[in-house]
Design a binder for this molecule. Sequence first.
Ligand SMILES: NC(=O)c1ccc[n+]([C@@H]2O[C@H](COP(=O)([O-])OP(=O)(O)OC[C@H]3O[C@@H](n4cnc5c(N)ncnc54)[C@H](OP(=O)(O)O)[C@@H]3O)[C@@H](O)[C@H]2O)c1
Length: 298
Amino acid sequence: MQKIIGTGLSGLVGSRIVELLKDKFEFVDFSLDSGVNLLDQQSLADAFEKNKDAVAVLHMAAFTDTNAAWEQKGDKSGICYQLNVEGTRSILNLAQKYNQYLIYISTDFVFDGTKTTPYLETDTPNPIEWYGETKYLGEKVITDSGYTNYNISRITYPYRAEYDKKIDIIRKVLTKLQNNEPVKMFSDQICTYTFIDDIAQALEYFLENKTTGIYHLVGSSSHSPYEMCLEIAKAFNLNKDLISASSLEEYLKSQPVGSRPWQKTLITSNQKATNIGLKFKTLPEGLEEIKKQINYGK
Ligand SMILES: NC(=O)c1ccc[n+]([C@@H]2O[C@H](COP(=O)([O-])OP(=O)(O)OC[C@H]3O[C@@H](n4cnc5c(N)ncnc54)[C@H](OP(=O)(O)O)[C@@H]3O)[C@@H](O)[C@H]2O)c1
């Protein structure tokens, strides 16, 4: 079995990847719990040396709280920059030292959200907030390094059937509707929601084939958050009258100067990934799969 070093394996995305792929790969968990702090170069270097027989590194650990990241804007000593940029630099250097294939999980937040047609891997990023900027700087650490044995996989709004530690946006809305609580969401923003099980299938392919380059591992449909709520109500047969529309544009106007900017239109294309045979569900298909996995209504 191929040995894979993984960071962020306890997170929303990472823990599902491990659940689905643990019989195919031997994952070595580099986390605070296992005594590896990505911010501590020595602890990281020791852990790599101990696992130099690993063939690949799946780097998912990140500072992912976008609002908290905005509070640190421009602060290179802040945890967001340190983890997303410097942590990635340390991982890259060590992967390169041991000649290991590196997958870096990134985000559509590297884009500014002004393009009205789908974002492609060839589009130039232009992040507008600090989380996206640090993730893009993490990408650049890799792409500018001269090391070619890498894959950058951008994912968007990941969701899954179950995981208590972090509730994704789909389960947040589902829970509210199940509790008969009203839900108000933007109708003038577009996002691409991605079923994490599909990300796992793509990463399995990459780890098997050592595919290099930049890929968008994203869902096959894009929706406004308001439409997303309606899809959930439809799939789970819940009361759609609880759902109302609000406006991102109006929201942003009401915010004080200096507030965190939001990307408006993040339609992301998975064409490059589907061209090599990878498959990604639309949001309605992903919701049907969740119903099956949680035995909904049975
Ligand atoms: N969630 C999203 O909406 C989204 C969207 C697009 C892209 N992404 C990207 O997808 C990846 C996974 O995101 P996620 O939502 O699954 O993340 P998450 O649930 O917030 O988990 C973050 C992970 O990073 C680990 N970590 C944090 N600080 C660390 C440190 N100093 N040393 C070692 N490990 C550390 C955490 O470990 P502990 O559990 O020990 O704290 C955890 O496993 C990230 O790269 C993120 O940028 C996420």
